[in-house]
Design a binder for this molecule. Sequence first.
Ligand code: GTP
Ligand code: MG
Length: 596
Amino acid sequence: MQKKKFPRTKLQWIWDNIAGLRVVFILAIVGTLFYNLLQLTVPFFSQMIVDRFLTGDNAAVHFQENKGEFFTLIAAMIGFTLLRALIVYIDCMAYEHVSQRALFRIRNYLFEKIERQDMHFYNEYRTGDLMTRLTGDLDAIRHNIAWVIRMIIECFALFTVVSIYFFSMNVKMALCIVAMAPVIFLIVFTFRKKVAPMHALLREKHAQMNTAAQENISGNRVVKAFSREDYEIEKFDQSNHDYAETNKKTRLVWVKFFPFVETCANLLPVILLWVGGTLLMKDEMTMGEYVAFSGLMWAIANPMRLLGNILNEFQRFSAAADKVMEIYYSEPSIVDAPDAIDHPDRFKGKVEFRHVSFQYEDSGLPVLEDISFTAAPGETIAIMGETGCGKTSLIQLIPRFYEPTKGQVLVDDMDVSKLKLQQLRTSIGMATQDVLLYSDTIDGNIAYGDLNISKENVLKVSRYAAADEFISKMPDGYNTIVGERGVGLSGGQKQRISLARALAIRPSILILDDTTSAVDMETEKQIQKSLSELDFPCTKIIIAQRISTTKTADHILILQHGKITEQGTHNELIRKGGYYADLVALQTGKEEMVHG
Ligand code: GTP
Ligand code: MG
């Protein structure tokens, strides 16, 4: 897969996202440098104690005469150790604070980005994958700020400070020890090259596993209906297995390198013993210096041992950051035009299609071709056609969910691409083909588009949608919780709530996509009657399969394979004797009459 280019590097991006806390972060880094510098105090004082009071020709006399100094040195050692512990504590808190704030900020920003994306984005990304970006990937980024960066600085600081100290004590001994560094760097560099693609793959497997889980949980009814639990469990087991295997393989990469690093680290005391011993015998090094070297050897060996872990975590961060930054820097293609017309007033509701053609970006086939029609304010337009002919695609162009590939869609004689999206969309009441209700009260669901709607108006639109009756019969009425954890509703009941929700915003244009397909004829009639008696002006564009719904429309469009093949009123189309007339015959049982 081609790597996406971002305007900022990963570390610059983190820097951007700790705005407001940069001083704390820099202080934390200074703190890390400082507490690592303090590591030197114990060996430094030990060296002094050894050289002055424990070894040397007149150590015992010196001790008797300078007991005060001895105890001061011991007290200083303890004091500095306690001070170091305190700084480490505050420092960790600071990193944690900065990382949590960055996590909070990026997560909110990312959610907003996702929320404002266009339909194309939702076609491209799967829910499970997006959830992985919002959870696991973000945590890898937090971990990077709180731990990885700190560890890199700590290792680097320790190594540098101790190396300088070693050189200041004894150049020969220091050179022999530091000579190990290039070997370690070579090992680590090769390791990084091998492990980086593993982390990208691991991240992918994780997202696949999450997607499998998410799709199964939300689509569990289908699984149950087809009794496919065993199959799905096995499929998930496979995803889980893939993930675990990739995880193991990633870990094993380091296992291959670890013995080399460990050998280098373990060689250090041997070098000290050998070179240090020789230097001691030659009197080129004091016993105190030897003790200091020995006491600080871990400060060279530990970073070596830790490097693998740090690099692993850094690569995990890198793979996660690629995914998060992809969303972070993504821009919806459908946005307000720079010269968008401000139209705060209510739209009259004229809808016009002028030679509109449309094709989905990810598909090679045109869905709509040369569609032209006009709906005058207040008119009702019915769209009919067999399944897959492009009805839903057509109506999605009105609120500008997608852009036409050719031609223009106009509302009140203004091209929708020139209108402000928010003003356009809040003027359109839409009941989509797949009804989605939130886990909220029925009342909350109906008021979704207009939270300031009064109780009476909720009742009124529910009556328009022929929903009041069944809602009132529910145990908690309008306060009944629906959706995931609430009581279940029938398909027709959901459609009616969705219609009430669309009406609640008193739209200038009402779009119904098969909204009454699941309600009985009687209820449908009632809905139709109310729709013709709404107390606000409204153009209605109704997709329907039933003649009973469409026959009163001012204008009927017949869509076949993305083209309008017939249009006119009910009577005109019957006279025409085409697709519509066939449909009428079929639905009223007069088929023989039409075909003779
Ligand atoms: P019914 O709702 O079944 O009555 O069909 P419809 O008339 O509403 O058809 P729709 O507009 O949903 O689809 C028209 C064509 O576009 C079909 O061939 C679909 O396969 C295709 N299509 C629909 N949605 C998408 C999409 O998001 N991406 C792509 N690439 N194709 C789509
Ligand atoms: Mg449809």
